[in-house]
Design a protein around this ligand. Structure first.
Ligand SMILES: Cc1cc2nc3c(=O)[nH]c(=O)nc-3n(C[C@H](O)[C@H](O)[C@H](O)COP(=O)(O)OP(=O)(O)OC[C@H]3O[C@@H](n4cnc5c(N)ncnc54)[C@H](O)[C@@H]3O)c2cc1C
Length: 563
């Protein structure tokens, strides 16, 4: 596809974009001077392209005079000006610092002079200059959010019924990659776009970017195209390999790398883990207004990268083998990495109810925790709690003090089976709690917010509709540890015991009776292998505790290394 010229009908093409969000700050003369120490000035002419969409840019550009237009290409191949920058402003967005391909084109629209600095140099500078670091990182994070909101970037074309389309969409969204999805079933553009690129519908899903078509790419292929870090970039031997990049893994990566350890984090899908799927975390220290899980993960990943950690996505670990003070981790594609110490931070997956459409209300009507924060969100109307264990019981008692009615829905016929007696007694006595036994949730409804839950009595088949803004699900969590069987000790539920709860064992799983020393508090049954966050047996399932454990694991790794 040939590149079209900027559509000059857009008005006003050369007016500088106002800095309304703080995304387009101007550098001070001192900051420009600091950057100039590692860069070079050069004159630029109108029409010159400085950064091209879909290609990686290894340079950071500061406008000294003249103007640059930032453009994106629409689905008909026309380029549109989305911002204009003048003297003192700098180009780029988050992906540039991370070595990703550009999600925009930057073209000179008024001749002048630019300062060109290798991105490598800027990366080094931001580590040592907190003011400049803050200015650039803040602007870059905001610019990435804007590109996502504007649906710039690559196109995914595929049917809403295709599991591969869902996989690609999840990968793009969870990795915060600007993109737009065209549903082959509903969107007329989808077919026209396919025709333009000569792709038959049976070849979908496809990813289209910069005139290039990727036919049903794997996550790794898409990651490679975008320029995300892949396992083949990890050094042969690291001090620490962290498995999983949710809050616990990201914390371990930040503290490991900032302590000078060669640190790599291997993540199956995207940084952020479960927290990354939360639209607003209100109880994380230091964010009184709350922060979205995606933003928190992006900041943490950037922070880890700033200290030199390598965070790799599409890097699922399927095997751990330990021996001679070393640990070998095998990736799903068969590649291996070796580390002197390992942090297991693979988290857990809350069991979801198999109810169509439930996931669209997660975090906004469907909750997996019942704290003051969720209680505030669900108002004072009736709420539905699913589950018959202690967490469901505690939630019922807690919420019953705040709402008009709590329905506790259990599959079995007796609450006493899995719930502590004291909770059952409180529930029995509470005038605002109703227990629905032998009952399951069948449907959830709502426009953008949950408004109705339909339950069914399994004995009679009778259905009841409950008008509610909140459904709490407490049916347990499964740790992501199936790949660890035989490598470290697991408890009866598959979580990883640490400290006194873990006994050193041989790799075949037999427990040793004579021990060299007690495992450190976050150390597993395998010396040198630590566990942090939700995957750990007995952990508190919270972002803050996962982060705390990630940092503690690094402290204990120093102790294990004797450093
Ligand atoms: C919808 C929702 C909302 C929440 N809201 C809050 C809240 O407001 N406040 C709060 O404190 N807590 C909240 N929580 C809980 C909180 O998110 C978790 O306690 C926290 O994310 C646990 O962090 P973790 O790093 O231990 O595990 P996870 O977040 O589960 O991360 C584990 C990571 O490991 C990866 N992984 C798994 N297996 C492998 C493998 N074999 N190889 C490579 N990678 C692997 C996963 O893809 C995942 O990214 C919420 C949870 C959910 C689901």
């Amino acid at each position: 596809m040939s590149e079209a010229a900027i559509d000059q009908r857009e008005s006003p093409p050369l007016a500088e974009t106002p800095d309304i969000y703080g995304a387009y700050p101007r550098l001070s003369d001192d900051q420009i001077a600091a950057l100039e120490a590692g860069g070079a000035r050069r004159t630029v002419n109108t029409g010159e392209t400085l950064v091209r969409e879909g290609e990686r840019s290894d340079y950071f550009f500061v406008m000294l005079s003249g103007k640059v237009a930032v453009t994106t290409t629409d689905d008909a191949g026309n380029r549109h000006v989305i911002r204009v920058h003048g003297p003192g402003r700098f180009l780029g967005e988050l992906g540039d610092l991370e070595g990703q391909a550009a999600f925009y084109t930057a073209e000179v629209v008024e001749a002048g002079e630019v300062l060109v600095v290798p991105t490598e140099r800027v990366r080094a500078l931001v580590v040592h200059d907190p003011v400049l670091s803050d200015l650039i990182l803040r602007a870059y994070l905001l610019r990435r959010s804007l590109l996502i909101r504007e649906e710039s970037g690559f196109r995914i074309i595929g049917s809403c019924y295709s599991p591969d389309t869902a996989r690609l969409r999840e990968f793009a969204a969870r990795n915060r990659l600007p993109h737009r999805w065209f549903d082959l079933e509903r969107d007329k553009h989808a077919e026209r776009l396919l025709q333009r690129f000569g792709v038959p519908p049976q070849d979908t899903p496809v990813v289209i970017w910069g005139g290039e078509v990727l036919r049903n790419p794997t996550n790794t292929e898409l990651a490679r195209r975008v320029g995300l870090l892949l396992p083949d970039t990890v050094p042969d031997e690291s001090d620490v390999v962290v498995v999983g990049a949710g809050p616990a893994g990201l914390a371990a990566a930040v503290y490991g790398s900032s302590d000078g350890l060669i640190t790599a984090a291997m993540e199956r899908i995207a940084t952020g883990g479960q927290a990354g799927t939360s639209s607003r975390i209100e109880n994380y220290l230091g964010f009184p207004g709350g922060i979205s899980g995606g933003d928190l993960a992006e900041r943490a990943a950037l922070q880890a990268a700033k200290f030199g950690a390598r965070i790799l996505v599409s890097a699922e670990i399927v095997r751990l083998q330990s021996g001679d003070g070393q640990h070998q981790l095998t990736l799903a594609d068969g590649a291996t990495v070796v580390a002197r110490a390992v942090v297991l931070a693979t988290g857990a997956r809350y069991r979801r109810l198999a109810v169509p459409g439930l996931e669209s209300f997660e975090g906004d009507g469907v909750y997996y925790a019942a704290t003051v924060q969720e209680a505030l969100l669900c108002g004072t109307g009736p709420v539905v709690i699913v589950g018959g264990g202690n967490s469901a019981g505690q939630a019922a008692i807690f919420l019953a003090e705040r709402v008009s009615r709590v329905y506790v829905v259990i599959r079995g016929d007796d609450l006493n089976k899995d719930m502590s007696r004291y909770l059952v007694d409180q529930i029995d006595r509470h005038p605002r709690v109703t227990v629905r036994s032998c009952t399951e949730v069948r449907e959830v409804h709502g426009d953008d917010k949950l408004s109705e839950v339909v339950i069914e009595d399994k004995r009679t088949g009778e259905r009841h509709s409950i008008q509610t803004r909140a459904l709490f699900v407490f049916i347990g969590a499964d740790p992501n540890t199936s790949w660890l069987a035989g490598a470290v000790q697991l408890d009866d539920h598959g979580f990883v015991p640490t400290g006194p709860a873990a006994l050193y064992s041989d790799t075949d799983g037999t427990r040793r009776t004579t021990q060299r020393r007690q495992p450190l508090t976050l150390e597993t049954s395998q010396p040198g292998v630590f566990a942090a966050g939700d995957v750990r047996s007995g952990s508190v399932k919270r972002v803050a505790s996962a982060v705390g454990e990630g940092s503690m694991a690094i402290r204990q790794i120093h102790e294990y290394f004797g450093t």
